[in-house]
Write a protein that binds this ligand. Sequence first.
Ligand SMILES: Cc1ncc(COP(=O)(O)O)c(C=O)c1O
Length: 400
Amino acid sequence: MKPTQHRAETKAVRGGVDLRKKNGPLSTPIYQTSTFEVTDNEQQLRATPTDMFYTRYGNPTLTVVERSIADLEGCDRALLFASGMTAITSSILALFKSGDHIVAQRDIYGGTAKFLAQWLPKFGIETTFVDTTDYEQHEHAIRPATKLLYVESPTNPLLRVVDLRRVVSIAKKHNLLTMIDSTFATPINSKPAEFGIDLVMHSGTKYLAGHSDVIAGVVAGPSQLMEPIHQTRTTLGGTMDPHAAWLLLRGIKTLAVRVERQNQNALRIAQFLSQHPHVRRVHYPFGEGHPQRSVAIEQMRGGGGIVSFEVEGTGEDARKLSEALHLFTLAPSLGGVDSLVSIPVLTSHAMVSAEHRAKMGVSEQLIRLSVGIEHAEDLIADLEHALSLVGSSRQPAQVG
Ligand SMILES: Cc1ncc(COP(=O)(O)O)c(C=O)c1O
């Protein structure tokens, strides 16, 4: 881990750029170019390993954003990708080979689970999925060929929180690498590298960019792991476009203030929902009664901007409620300034069988809120109105 000089709020705004006076533009220029001109072939040779050779290899706009994210995460280096999925797939393909084995938690993003379960076997890499918070299962799944422990925290949509110290201690004991999808946590609420996690990944599409207008992926970690990931990014070609990188940088400047507001709004909403007679259960990491609340409080600065809850009633009631909301827009994705609502069984978990969903605890009554930065009272009034139209009463709601 690199020593940190400034606090996260400062790094988010000023990170990645050289702060010395230099009579240059305040806003990072977008190097919207695929290639870079050189004066002669000697210079061409010198330019090849730099970020001014060919944009699939790197680009000065991307470099600024990568430095900013590495600094926020407390890692040596970060790399930008065209999507969260290509960040995950390129990193895993860079570091593992045929014959290797991965232990992954069950509650990870569906696209990642699909890649691990259906794509990696084509390259001779097997994955065993384990219960997310049963660490004995993690240990039992480890084989001599195991190389990676893959986790995500908090999880989607039930906001389970992974004990990072335990994960790292298991990994160290068995000499495994660790990789986390920290999209829901953000580098403001959690810095997994401080707990010893090797690779920290984000779908930058969500909180980092923050405005639901760009698709972006990020991986950060130590130099010796990032170099092969960089080479793989160049080969597979998942490099982010410079304009998208600039939008991401612009988003990151307000990351700390957005996340702080989202933490406050989401906590208020979780408290409101847990008191509502038409709500059966609320899931929020900092909510009273959440099964991993003490781990969440120890590891995270705030509970994050996602709240999920089960309406007291049927799946039809959940659908009706989601359509009756005005300020929460019915749309998948999360992490932006606008509040969104979705029904996991119809969106993120639509491909999961009903039986498996039931095992995971994802019911038809479950509603996921991505809380934005609007005024909490307005959001609560919107929920109150929609809840009044559906469901039957039961008190009090369980939080967990
Ligand atoms: C937790 C998580 N990880 C990864 C991804 C994939 O990211 P992207 O859509 O940017 O490829 C998503 C997308 O929803 C996600 O929610």
